[in-house]
Structure formats: C-alpha cells, structure tokens
Write a protein that binds this ligand. Structure first.
Ligand SMILES: [Zn+2]
Length: 98
C-alpha cells in the first residue's frame, strides 16, 4: 500500500513520509506558524531549565500540519525536551470534560 499525503494548502509543500518533513515556502503562513511555535517551545524550556516536558494547546499551524499527516483531531501537544535543541512534539486529542 502506498500512502499518499496531500500538500500544504497555502504553498506547494508536500509531506515527505520518509523524512517526516514538510518544507514550506518562506511566504507560507503555515511554515511561519510552525517556525514561531518552534521558537516558543525553545524559549519555554529556557525559562524552565529543569523541565523535561510540557503540554500546551496545539497551534493553528500545527493543526494544519497534523491534518496533513493524518492526525486531524489533535487538540494539544506534549513537547519533550530530549537534548539541547532537540525536542519531540507529540499531538494528542484531549477529551472534552463531561
Ligand atoms: Zn505551506
């Protein structure tokens, strides 16, 4: 089975399932949003040097990317600090309170 992924709706970027990367054009708002989110996560860990992970709501740009990657329902992201300048982002859906 060949998996296919749609491209970015705001630029011509196509998700590469092998490298798990999506390279947006410089002018793409999704790419700019991802870059801003990356900086915000880096700064959060700089403010919390003893933390190894934190949870936050998914950003708009991330919600677009996760949709392209087959996880459109993500509401939050678990950000793990793995090593200096290496962070993992794990999207998940937080259930609404009953
Ligand atoms: Zn794009």
């Amino acid at each position: 089975m060949t998996e296919s992924y749609p491209g970015c709706r705001d630029c011509l970027a196509v998700y590469d399932a092998d490298s798990k990367s999506l390279e947006h054009n410089d002018s793409c708002p999704v790419g700019a949003g991802i870059a801003a989110t990356t900086v915000a996560d880096k700064e959060w860990f700089e403010r919390h040097p003893n933390a190894t992970e934190y949870h936050r709501p998914v950003s708009w740009a991330e919600s677009v990317e996760y949709g392209l990657r087959g996880f459109p329902g993500a509401t939050h992201v678990l950000v793990k600090h793995l090593a200096p300048s290496v962070r993992a982002r794990i999207p998940y859906a937080r259930k609404a309170k009953a």
